[in-house]
Design a protein around this ligand. Structure first.
Ligand code: KIV
Length: 295
């Protein structure tokens, strides 16, 4: 609590003025004639610049950073301070997107006071709202955050922080009873004040029912085409992360192959003496060189 947190810069204010606010996102139901929301993860200034210039509505500084950037096997190792570090880097790029920060595992599970202080660190680092995983059992914390003026994006369905209790990363709500519970959870979260809901890895028809049942937008990932928006992980959609490719990922580029080819070109040119050229080197006048007195 007493630790220093990375703080937002003055440019955050300008960004916040141009990006969608949480209340504006809350109004973006497709059934009211709005186009689908596009959300992409970003974890640092260069990825935030790319996502912003591509015109996305929201940037999610996801705890997926643990896996796609920091090399962990799951999202459970990352801390609030790690997340704040990445949120601040994204905010410094001044993206014209609403920036949502993921609350990591154990940052909103203990008590209300800790939950609010942890979320505040992420807001002070430059986020405009926070996302947390789980259904009805999170209601108390969600209400507390909203009472502290912190907008909350809910996340239900497959919740990766529940890896061990779910017994793996599995499609959720495939059976009628589980689907009914998911709809109830969505309604409860919307009623508690979440401005939108992420639906992860649930059958398309179930996501469609959830979307129809709530007045806030649903943003799907592996949840079919009827949600009010879609989200993908930056490294997945650009083909940077190829070790695991879930069914719902579409590669819009193959940056992994392009990056390896680029670095291999450099390595080959260094070894063959082809890099650097005269044009890539700095010169000094012959007079100054002679003045060294080495010849
Ligand atoms: O951390 C993340 O990237 C996420 C998305 C998969 C929604 O939570």
């Amino acid at each position: 609590m007493g630790e220093q947190s990375p703080t937002a810069t003055s440019s955050d204010k300008a960004r916040a003025a141009r990006s969608l606010s949480a209340p504006e996102i809350r109004d973006r139901k497709r059934r009211d004639g709005h186009p689908p929301l596009a959300m992409v993860t970003a974890y640092d200034a260069p990825s935030a610049r790319v996502v912003s210039e591509a015109g996305a509505d929201l940037i999610l500084v996801g705890d997926s950073v643990a896996m796609v950037v920091l090399g962990y096997d799951n999202t459970l190792q990352i801390t609030v301070d790690d997340m704040a570090h990445h949120v601040a880097a994204v905010a410094r790029a001044n993206p014209q997107c609403h920036v949502v920060a993921d609350m990591p595992w154990m940052s909103y599970h203990v008590n209300e006071s800790e939950t609010v202080h942890n979320a505040a660190k992420l807001i002070r680092a430059g986020a405009q709202s926070v996302k947390l995983e789980g259904g009805r059992r999170r209601l108390r914390m969600i209400e507390r955050l909203i009472a502290a003026e912190i907008p909350v994006l809910g996340h239900i369905g497959l919740t990766p922080q529940s890896l061990h209790t779910m017994g793996g990363y599995k499609v959720q709500a495939r059976h009628a009873e589980a689907a009914r519970k998911l709809v109830q959870a969505a309604k409860a979260l919307a009623h508690a004040g979440c401005y939108a809901l992420v639906l992860e890895c649930v059958p398309g028809p179930v996501a469609a029912v959830v979307t129809e049942s709530v007045d806030v937008p649903t943003i799907g990932i592996g949840a079919g085409g009827d949600c009010d928006g879609q989200v993908l992980v930056y490294h997945d959609l650009l083909g940077i992360e190829k070790r695991v490719t879930p069914k719902f990922v579409r590669n819009y580029a193959d940056l992994d192959t392009a990056a390896i080819a680029g670095v291999r070109g450099f390595v080959d040119d260094v070894r063959s003496g082809n890099f650097p050229s005269q044009e890539e080197s700095y010169s000094m006048t012959p007079e100054q060189f002679d003045a060294l007195g080495l010849s």
